[in-house]
Design a protein around this ligand. Structure first.
Ligand SMILES: Cc1cc2nc3c(=O)[nH]c(=O)nc-3n(C[C@H](O)[C@H](O)[C@H](O)COP(=O)(O)O)c2cc1C
Length: 356
């Protein structure tokens, strides 16, 4: 496991190991209007104390009307800074790198959040949808940058732009959602103009040491496009790439037969082989051995363990100390944490054993 627990220096920040807590929303912990609560703070304190090298705080809305659900953490004004500062402080005191994912849902903004949803182009299957005007795109760009500035003043060492899972930046990047004929559409450079403007704006406002990460959808729409997106974002100054899926089950890359991970991890390893900036791979990595293999064979710089660290907050420390890990039950059809952490079978197991 030594590779998993080797140090990495990113923009001058030492990172104690290669284990990442990826962003995961916890709506049941968040206060009305996106305010940080004691439950959010406890959640991140426990998971940081559990030994991950990088903690990426969950998708946090840059605009109130672009939330993915009514209960989502927010950074759309300065009132959010004190609560976020408490989270950043607890992560840094736990000696992890503190990043936060900033997000807009775009065309998939639910009606419970806002009557209209807007994205690069209207979605013909959704009568609530509209194409953004140029001035609305410029406002969005400013709001992403302002959220990053607030994250910096709260004490975060960087942000991750949510460009995956079919949300706004992913919609712009993919020709499946972006039919614009202006400067924000057409070629790859056009489709990535909003992301690029945000990256340049954050760099200007937050300085060279501030980490700008990007979570990308590998199949946007195909893996070849994902690789081009990664190369272009690298050329535009992104410091860290986190390779996930593009929110669509079409055009899925096919890993070679002998590759023992899923297509999302495979996509991350392909991106890693094509670029120089560090890459986080994710999705169903599950076990310490599989995580270590990816790092030790230079298939990834970092490995994100999402549900495993929900199930066992001390996942990294347990692995490091050769102790047993509390295993995620892989609930179907979806993880219990989306609605209620206390319904998670692994969490129940942990609390029963601590009561004994
Ligand atoms: C409860 C829950 C919430 C999630 N929220 C987010 C999120 O806020 N942003 C994001 O990019 N991905 C989110 N994801 C996806 C995870 O970051 C991760 O990519 C996914 O769980 C696969 O990794 P795993 O197999 O290690 O769990 C979420 C996943 C879960 C289970």
């Amino acid at each position: 496991m030594s590779g998993l627990f080797s140090e990495y220096i990113l923009n001058g920040n030492p990172i104690k190991n290669r284990v990442v807590l990826p962003p995961m929303v916890t709506p049941h912990f968040t206060g009305a209007d996106g305010i940080v609560t004691g439950k959010n703070i406890r959640h991140y304190t426990q998971r940081t104390a559990g030994g991950a090298g990088i903690v990426i705080v969950e998708a946090t809305a840059v605009q109130k009307d672009g939330r993915l659900a009514p209960y989502q953490l927010g950074l759309w004004n300065d009132q959010f800074i004190p609560g976020m500062a408490t989270i950043a402080t607890t992560i840094k005191e736990g000696e992890a790198l503190a990043l936060i994912q900033i997000h807009h849902a775009g065309l998939v903004t639910p009606e419970s959040v806002f009557p209209v949803c807007k994205g690069p182009s209207a979605d013909e299957k959704n009568p609530r949808s509209q194409a953004l005007t140029t001035s609305e795109i410029e406002t969005l760009c400013e709001d992403f940058i302002a959220a990053a500035v607030r994250a910096k003043s709260a004490g975060f060492e960087g942000v991750e732009l949510h460009g995956a899972h079919g949300y706004l930046l992913n919609q712009f990047a993919s020709p499946m959602f972006n039919n614009r004929e202006d400067e924000y559409g057409g070629t790859l450079v056009g489709r990535l103009k909003l992301a690029t403007d945000i990256i340049h704006g954050i760099r200007m406002a937050c300085g060279p040491a501030f980490i700008i990460g990007y979570r990308m959808g590998a199949n946007s729409p195909q893996l070849d496009d994902g690789v081009e997106i990664a190369k272009y974002l690298e050329s535009q100054g992104v410091d860290l790439l986190h390779v996930s899926h593009g929110g669509s089950l079409q055009n899925l890359p096919r890993p070679p037969k002998e590759f023992e991970y899923n297509w999302i991890v495979y996509s991350g390893t392909v991106v890693k082989s094509m670029i120089k900036v560090p890459v986080i791979v994710v999705n169903e990595i599950k076990t310490p051995e599989r995580a270590a293999y990816l790092v030790e064979n230079n298939l990834a710089d970092f490995v994100a363990l999402g549900r495993p660290i929900l199930a066992d907050p001390a996942w990294a420390n347990h692995v490091k100390n050769n102790q047993p890990v509390n295993i995620c039950s892989s609930c179907k059809p979806k993880c219990r944490w989306y609605d209620a952490a206390d319904q998670c079978p692994a969490v129940k197991r942990l609390s029963e054993s601590s009561e004994k």
